[in-house]
Write a protein that binds this ligand. Structure first.
Ligand SMILES: Nc1ncnc2c1ncn2[C@@H]1O[C@H](COP(=O)(O)OP(=O)(O)OP(=O)(O)O)[C@@H](O)[C@H]1O
Ligand SMILES: [Mg+2]
Length: 496
């Protein structure tokens, strides 16, 4: 039988990097092939080539044994290839149903298709075993559901080969489980899938084989039962990776943040806690239990009721003032809040501090030299690749964009860091690195409030763990007490 997809010598050069360097790989019908590699290794670039979003400089492809040279995603779709992107591509003000039909039949007015579309979509959802509210607008859906819409959209177009670029970065563990069940069922019907993820545990559990890419080249392909987390990490990074955080006990000092009866609609229903200098307090919880509201309220981005004291004084209600007071914030959504994508690294590196010295120079103009120096320090200290300060943020891979945000927030020397999903979309090597920087900053007296959907991150990084459920804190645990099972139960609302 012909292979689902064969790539041979795919090569793609961007001005600063050789993103794909003679990549060859194949995908069998009936299998999930995982694609792993460090941030910037070239995974998304390769998949965009397969999906017809950009042409390769060189190389050949075959789909089901036939030569394949897509000129656009329409070609890819016509060949039975669907893609769920790293960053969602849905049209927000439109409904789910409209998004399904959108762009499918050029020239045919939207309203004509909707009834038929509803029938097909309903049948498809039944077959897949998941539901999405068809008449809801995309902007009103939580990310987990948005992602189902992306999958539904690809399958609606009868994709036989499904490409998923970091589909689980924004999913809760439960949602991820559901996705994996779907993927296994999908390939067992004879389809094929390519799955990109930095979560190596998931990779091992869902895929049949794993192809590892480093610096644009294939390092090797391994069968999942025959490999391990450690081996994959080593192949990706090219050295041993410490998968555990190495840190000594915290030596907490004065109370930096004190929160009392904090409420913020729609989901934060009253929380009280404190964070001291020199400690990392982790908030564990299934996403959507008020964490977003909590973080945004503290960062001055959302209205709230209740008392928030910072170093003994009321914390201002305004984002810029909060920053000025020495509070840093790593936002959960780096694209919406963390970066201005069309700005260069140099500009992004001072975002929020542009009005202050040393960046605001003579006569109030921005001081180019100071900015360049700062940006250079950031890309070097935080291993941003490529090491460019000119490149716009848009041109960096997802994980490198995240490093730019984390670097900026740490380098400004805050007293308090509110870190929401600080390693989302970041590769294992970079996670190790970011964790070490956070622990180092803690040891120098930084107070850290960590919000993460990644349980193992919360457990390994935090000195104290608060569990949030339905807008309240339902328990406090030490990391030793927080075995994943106990924590999982608390997170699901089961009292300890
Ligand atoms: N349009 C572009 N212009 C210039 N450089 C680009 C462009 N798109 C990607 N690159 C560069 O190509 C390299 C590969 O990027 P790619 O997005 O494929 O990485 P990735 O493996 O998907 O990483 P991540 O895990 O962080 O998502 C990176 O160095 C990136 O900066
Ligand atoms: Mg990518």
């Amino acid at each position: 039988m012909a292979k689902a997809l064969v790539l041979k010598d795919i090569t793609k050069r961007f001005p600063l990097v050789l993103a794909n360097d003679h990549i060859s790989l194949d995908l069998n019908w009936g299998e999930v092939l995982a694609l792993v590699g460090e941030n910037g290794a070239g995974k998304s670039t390769l998949m965009k080539i397969v999906y017809g979003l950009q042409p390769p400089d060189k190389g050949e492809m075959w789909v089901d044994g036939k030569p394949y040279r897509p000129k656009s995603p329409l070609d890819a779709i016509a060949h039975g290839i669907g893609m769920v992107h790293q960053h969602f591509m849905l049209v927000e003000p439109f409904t789910v149903l409209e998004n399904l039909v959108l762009g499918l039949e050029p020239g045919s007015p939207l309203y004509l298709d909707l009834d038929e579309a509803r029938k097909r979509a309903t049948a498809l959802m039944e077959e897949l075993g998941f539901q999405v509210p068809l008449d809801e607008r995309i902007e009103n859906l939580p990310v987990g559901l948005q992602q189902r819409v992306e999958i539904l959209k690809a399958l609606y177009r009868q994709a036989k080969i499904l490409i998923l670029d970091e589909p689980t970065a924004v999913l809760t563990p439960q949602e991820a489980e559901e996705l994996f069940r779907f993927l296994r069922a999908y390939v067992s019907k004879g389809n094929a899938a390519i799955f990109i993820s930095h979560k190596l545990k998931e990779v091992l559990s869902v895929s049949d084989r794993v192809t590892v890419i480093r610096d644009g080249r294939v390092v090797g392909t391994v069968k999942t039962p025959e490999t391990s987390l450690e081996e994959l990490a080593r192949m990706m990074v090219g050295r041993e990776v410490v998968l555990r955080v190495e840190k000594g006990p915290a030596k907490p000092g004065e109370v930096v943040l004190e929160v009392e009866g904090l409420e913020a609609p729609p989901r934060l229903r009253g929380v009280s806690f404190f964070v001291r200098a020199g400690e990392i307090v982790g908030i564990a919880g299934v996403e959507g239990n008020g964490q977003t509201e909590l973080v945004e309220a503290l960062a001055g981005l959302r209205k709230y009721r209740g008392t928030v004291r910072y170093l003994g004084h009321p914390l201002p209600h305004l984002a810029l003032k909060v920053r000025e007071a020495g509070v840093s914030h790593i936002p959960e959504d780096r694209l919406a809040r963390g970066l201005v994508l069309d700005f260069s690294v140099r500009e992004n590196a001072i975002l929020g501090d542009q009005h202050r010295p040393p960046f605001r120079g003579f006569l109030g103009f921005l001081d180019g030299k100071a900015m360049e120096h700062h940006a250079r320090t950031l890309v070097e200290t935080f291993d941003v690749r490529p090491r460019s300060t000119d490149l716009s943020a848009r041109r960096f891979s997802g994980g490198n964009q995240q490093k730019i945000v984390v670097g900026r927030e740490l380098l400004r020397g805050p007293r308090l860091l509110i870190a929401a999903q600080p390693t989302r979309g970041v590769d294992v090597g970079a996670i190790e690195f970011i964790h070490q920087r956070l622990v180092e900053a803690r040891d120098q007296g930084l107070a850290v409030l960590l919000v993460s959907a990644d349980l193992s991150e919360v457990i390994s990084l935090s000195d104290r763990i608060l569990v949030m459920y339905e807008g309240r804190i339902v328990g406090e645990l030490t990391p030793e007490e927080a075995k994943e099972e106990r924590l999982g139960l608390l997170m699901a609302g089961v009292p300890a």
